[in-house]
Design a protein around this ligand. Structure first.
Ligand code: HPA
Length: 275
């Protein structure tokens, strides 16, 4: 019988990085991929060399997997991800997260660029994700369920692990940076929201909005892997300031925040691996 897409992908990774046993996986969002280069003794695998791995065409996403060490702990990082708005199915969008989970990680850290909805937030803030609103109009678990991966109806009460969020708070404190916290709303994109949609999202309890992350978190929750999430508030959401929204602003802010983001992760990820 032919190997499943997941097994085929895992076999390729194991052949390229023999003996690698990452404890923590991290998905690096728009403009935040540079952190992957901080890993020591890295094995870098372009997504194109991984069977069944979806390829991103969005600027700001490098598109490779990096296995390496950070603070003495084995980590796997995804430099770039794909999105529903690129035309991939929800299952394809979630596939890379499933690969990381199937590699045996104990926790998945998801990161993204997001628009700030909470009026107390400033551009450049980092936000620990406490919970999400899946408003993307799809769910990556739709379709037949593979009980070997997880249950048909997974619990999402603690999709963002409270223990990991506490570790993130402590890491932020130790790094001397301010960490915001809040609820991330996921919409499909690719158009940015209207001011009316942002007012609606604020009423619904969202603090930040983006076009990613939630499919991967649902897949990880399905597979019983703990998740922590960090949003980089790259811009104020539509209608809050007079400025027009653009992918360039998103990239510029992510670039500006790079140093703080890297220091936070250098502290946080080894702690997650040890937890
Ligand atoms: N809206 C949706 N996605 C985003 C935004 C935004 O304002 N900023 C970065 N990603």
């Amino acid at each position: 019988m032919a190997a499943s897409p997941l097994d085929a992908c895992i076999a390729t990774i194991r052949s390229r990085a023999p003996g690698a046993a990452p404890k923590v996986g991290i998905i690096l969002g728009s403009g935040l991929g540079g952190f992957g280069d901080a890993l020591e003794n890295p094995t870098k695998i372009p997504y194109g060399e991984l069977p069944h791995f979806p390829l991103s065409g969005v600027p700001g996403h490098a598109g490779r997997l990096v296995l390496g060490m950070l603070g003495g702990q084995p980590i796997v990082a995804m430099q770039g991800r794909v999105h529903f708005y690129e035309g991939y199915t929800p299952q394809e969008v979630a596939f890379p997260a499933r690969v990381l989970c199937a590699l045996g990680i104990k926790a998945l850290v998801v990161t993204n660029a997001a628009g700030g909805i909470n009026l107390g937030f400033q551009v450049g803030d980092l936000m620990g994700i406490t919970d999400h609103l899946n408003l993307a109009g799809y769910n990556p678990l739709i379709g037949p369920n593979d009980p070997k991966l997880g249950p048909r109806f997974p619990d999402m009460s603690h999709a963002y692990d409270p223990g990991l969020l506490e570790l993130l708070r402590q890491s932020a404190l130790a790094t001397g940076m301010r960490l915001r916290e809040g609820v991330y709303a996921c919409l499909s994109g690719p158009s940015y929201e209207t001011p009316a949609e942002i007012r609606m999202l604020r009423t619904l309890g969202a603090d930040a909005v983006g076009m990613s992350t939630v499919p991967e978190v649902i897949a990880a929750a399905h597979m019983g892997v703990r998740v922590a999430g960090i949003s980089c508030i790259t811009n104020l959401a539509a209608g809050i300031s007079k400025q027009k929204l653009s992918h360039e602003e998103v990239g510029e802010t992510a670039e500006r925040v790079k140093g703080v983001f890297q220091r936070l992760l250098e502290r946080f990820l080894p702690e997650v691996a040890k937890s």
